[in-house]
Design a protein around this ligand. Sequence first.
Ligand SMILES: Cc1ncc(COP(=O)(O)O)c(C=O)c1O
Length: 376
Amino acid sequence: MSDIVLDRAAAPRPTPKPGIMDIAPYVPGKSKIDGVEHPLKLSANENILGSSPAAREAFSTAFDQLQMYPDGRTTALREALAAKYGLEPERLLFGCGSDEIFQLLNQTFLEPGDNIVQGEFGFGAYAIGARACQAEVRMAREPNYRVDVDELLKLIDARTRIVFVANPANPTGTWNSAEEIRRLHAALPPSVVLCLDGAYAEFCHDPAYEDGMSMVREFDNVVVTRTFSKLHGLAALRVGWAYMPEEMADAIDRIRLPFNVNIPAQLAAVAALADDEFQERSLALVDQWRPWLTQQLGGLGLEPLPSAANFVLVGFPTAPGKTAREADAFLSARGLIVRYVAGYGLPNHLRITIGLEEHNRAIVEALQDFMKGEPA
Ligand SMILES: Cc1ncc(COP(=O)(O)O)c(C=O)c1O
């Protein structure tokens, strides 16, 4: 037995294993403003159009099934996804949000002392799960707020088990080309899992972008994750899925909780997937207002990053009176909730989800007043 185990055995009360208490708990963005009854929430990259009417209808039929366990294989959704995207059903894995799939990957592949590699502004869920496995989290520099292949590769060593790349990324909204992702893959040892997190994949239309699905078929070590939380507006129901090599799905399935996607979630996701009209409307809204918001924010003297997701990250000056933190407070005073992303290592930025026309205009108007030094 190691010293650590002996120490824990002698402890006066149950003691979490080493590393657990060093994990900073995930802090969600604020969703309320004191004294404001109906604030506008543009802080969590949710779908501002709500969710598909067909999905809502399907959800409501679950009332009659509350006494039942869900289908542990998520069969109907598995078949619907396989048919829609031309995927092999046995390569699909479902999770309570894609968050759970990152956890499962970490649990399946990481031993204490192993490491994961991700970008320095990478999505927080990867690291929490890795640390819980007593693995090291290595953060590669992101020059110009973009995941950089060479910076990732510098951190890979014999103990690297998983490389996580969100593409497009959150919170930056930036993305990597197919050529970059394939160059990264080609330089990785074949024993390293490359997880391409496609939570925002549908919002990126550039021809140089690749969602990674065909890489999953070409290689034994590529996983693509997707979610119903963004495009489909079903964040509350927690449905994520992954496309991966069959052997990997078989391994992960052994530790997955048997009923991890509930009945209302499965029913709504199947209906949402079939509702092309809602998906097209959601994409059209982002396509219309993302460039407008980006251009307007730039016109105010701020520094929006070019985004391929359903939000824009915008940089603020560091001069007192003009900072991101003060802008966040100013927007809150006007009933507008955006995401202050200091927790991601970006203390000079705010992340703003694309809203309806009137929401986007309200944000720009408020920030114009803020930059002019007017009172909130
Ligand atoms: C990059 C990224 N990946 C994954 C997720 C998690 O999505 P889910 O709701 O499927 O757990 C999010 C949610 O914000 C995200 O931004």
